[in-house]
Design a protein around this ligand. Structure first.
Ligand code: 13P
Ligand code: SF4
Length: 377
């Protein structure tokens, strides 16, 4: 079965979505599901549907707005609707809940869409690491920067220590900002994004250390290594983007000598170095859209975005940098179109299911880190 064929996706439902879906939504024909989703949205005049660029077509066709993490944070903050239906992963919906007003509700079609990278930096681990770290360097000299792909509690921790959040669109601005606050950056959780960003700013491999939370002492470093490093990078990564290898770039170039390779900065450093371009999902979209007719593009990011680019740019040849299955994000996939229909029809009946409600204390502090990102970078 093709992983990316929308028509076949309902076959995946039971393995994809752990949340219960009423039987009546099981196995609906696509045209009926589409019509009922449109009808529900027609009735709901106080709802905005936001979708991340990695969502599948059967979901994005119902979105009012699509975007990358930064754009969706801004769209949520500007939304007037009382109900924001968020088709993305949990950390994005949490962000939406933090930046919207108290009387606005954020719901997700499925509560199981949790980014594994966010789970790689639990707040309790980061807190412990910070205490250890600041036993060998002055905490005043270290500014934490947290990728938005993290839970609200870690964003709150980051704000409490004077840091900021960033997305893949503004990581270099966040680094520049943080280096004005102090001489070191403690970055969680994506080591590859940080590695690529520090190179973009002219730093090199001697300037960072990796902090592995499973190592006993100082994340596997000596006190001197920590003192000498400008960047301390948490041992976290995206399982989807890490699968792209340098051999994928080589093989693609051998088969298509005239290809342009563009990848997301969550890819390994050597892959980003070997690519022609790198950038956030919105940068990838813009670059391909603005490319000359007839050009060829190998895309190193989640497969549903690649499929969308191929569909929307028929004048170009667009394909994945590795086979479809290698770049399928199982977290994003949990947003099943059946679940979207379910939450919308429940809303029509006056029931709000799958509401995202961030803890009030976390909300205040995490909001501070997001505010720095949205307004100061
Ligand atoms: P963007 O911010 O580029 O949309 O990326 C989000 C993400 O989860 C990438 O894996
Ligand atoms: Fe998380 Fe990677 Fe999926 Fe993005 S692509 S949501 S970082 S697992």
């Amino acid at each position: 079965m093709s992983i990316t064929d929308d028509a076949e996706l309902s076959l995946w439902k039971y393995s994809d979505s752990l949340g219960a879906l009423p039987d009546e939504y099981d196995g609906l024909p696509d045209d009926e599901r589409k019509e009922r989703t449109e009808a529900a949205l027609e009735e709901l005049d106080d709802v905005v549907v936001l979708g991340h660029n990695y969502q599948r077509h059967s979901v994005t066709r119902h979105a009012d707005h699509l975007g990358d993490s930064l754009q969706l944070s801004r769209l949520a903050a500007e939304a007037d609707a009382s109900n924001v239906v968020f088709c993305g992963v949990t950390f994005m919906a949490e962000t939406a809940d933090i930046v919207t007003d108290e009387d606005q509700r954020v719901v997700m079609p499925s509560m199981e869409a949790s980014c594994p990278m966010a789970g790689m930096a639990e707040n309790i681990q980061v807190d412990g690491a910070w205490n250890e770290l600041t036993s060998v360097v002055d905490g005043e000299d270290v500014t934490p920067v947290t990728y938005v792909n993290s839970y609200a509690s870690l964003k709150a921790f980051t704000a409490a220590k004077g840091g900021t959040c960033c997305t893949s669109s503004n990581a270099s601005d966040a680094f520049e900002w943080a280096l004005e606050q102090g001489e070191k950056i403690f970055f969680t959780p994506d080591k590859h994004l940080a590695h690529n960003t520090l190179h973009e700013l002219g730093y090199g491999d001697d300037d960072f250390v990796i902090w592995d939370p499973w190592e006993e002492n100082l994340g596997g470093n000596t006190p001197d290594e920590i003192r000498d490093a400008t960047f301390i990078l948490w041992e976290g990564f995206c399982q989807v983007h890490e699968r792209f290898g340098i051999e994928d770039v080589r093989e693609t170039r051998e088969q298509h000598p005239d290809v342009n390779v563009i990848v997301h900065p969550e890819c390994r450093r050597e892959v980003v170095e070997a690519a022609d371009y790198d950038g956030s999902t919105s940068t990838i979209i813009e670059t391909v859209e603005n490319a000359p007719e007839g050009s060829k593009w190998a895309i190193g990011t989640e497969i549903h975005l690649t499929k969308r680019l191929a569909r929307e740019n028929p004048d170009k040849e667009v394909f994945g940098l590795c086979a479809d299955g290698c770049s399928d994000c199982n977290a994003m996939r949990q947003i099943d179109p059946d679940f979207l229909l379910y939450v919308l029809e429940e809303m029509v009946d006056g029931n709000v299911v799958n509401r995202i409600d961030v803890d009030e204390d976390d909300k205040k502090l995490a909001g501070k880190a997001l505010d720095t990102m949205l307004n100061e970078l």
